[in-house]
Design a protein around this ligand. Structure first.
Ligand code: NDP
Length: 240
């Protein structure tokens, strides 16, 4: 396959950085964005372009896209991965706790998809992968905001899969379970042990295992897959 222009939001660390490695390893031209913390030394392959961009700020999305396109050409693969969690039980959850998570995880993905899709539709080719979560389908106490945002991504992806299908642009979702990143490092030992007890494979996932699914959905082999949700969760979400 010819090298493609790939844009990954929230690609400075964790799952996004693993996705950047996966695409760079096959020779694609990769740009990642981060909100405030530039990638640590050695976190990404040298040729990957790292751009500051808060997905809650439309002008920053437009600027980052412009820079990515100037460096690598129109985006052919978008991975909307930037996300945050802010866990609070509902009785203590403020409106800001709720809308803040929605604005980053769901509306942020909407902003980047809207920015890249005109050129994909014109080119009659493109791959969009949204990073949701196993929690979108099964829910989790303390995560009403996060689960709502991640479930929203599924509705958005399925709608866009139908809308973009006539132009051969595919839109799919990867739903990771508990994965070893900074986000899961915020859990207490007790919380982690309880969550691992609910995973049939008996361990957390690795970012590279999520990245492999993303890379496949963006590949030529996945040309007839759109509107799909691919769990990468050690069977934690089966039945949902
Ligand atoms: P990390 O917390 O390790 O990394 C998050 C990335 O998103 C960072 O690059 C961060 O940038 C960026 N980011 C956060 N907020 C914004 C914003 N407003 N604008 C732009 N970029 C932003 O997360 P993970 O790698 O663990 O998670 C990646 C995705 O996978 C998320 O969407 C998450 O919800 C999802 N996921 C994670 C799971 C897990 O167990 N880890 C399980 C299921 C889903 P900066 O460093 O500058 O803050």
């Amino acid at each position: 396959m010819d090298p493609r222009s790939v844009l990954i939001t929230g690609g400075s660390r964790g799952i996004g950085a693993a996705v950047a490695h996966a695409f760079a390893a096959q020779g694609d031209r990769v740009a990642v964005t981060y909100r405030s913390r530039p990638p640590a030394e050695g976190a990404l392959p040298g040729e990957v372009l790292a751009l500051p961009c808060d997905v809650t700020v439309p002008e920053q999305v437009a600027d980052a896209l412009k820079q990515a396109e100037e460096a690598h050409g129109p985006v052919q693969v978008l991975v909307a991965n930037a996300g945050i969690a802010h866990d609070v039980l509902l009785l203590r959850m403020t409106e800001e706790d709720f809308t803040g998570v929605l604005d980053t995880n769901l509306t942020g993905a909407f902003r980047v998809v809207k920015a890249v899709s005109p050129k994909m539709l014109r080119a009659r080719s493109g791959r969009i992968v949204l990073i949701s979560s196993a929690v979108a389908l099964r829910g989790e106490a303390g995560q009403a905001n996060y689960a709502a945002s991640k479930a929203g991504l599924i509705g958005m992806a399925r709608s866009l899969a139908r809308e973009f299908a006539p132009r051969a642009v595919t839109v799919n979702v990867v739903a990771p379970g508990l994965t070893e990143t900074d986000m899961s490092a915020a859990l207490t030992e007790e919380q982690r042990a309880a969550l691992i007890a609910g995973i049939p494979l008996g361990r957390m996932g690795r970012p590279d295992e999520v990245a492999a699914a993303v890379r496949f959905l963006a590949s030529a082999e996945a040309s007839y897959i759109t509107g799909a949700i691919v769990p990468v969760d050690g069977a934690a979400g089966t039945g949902h």
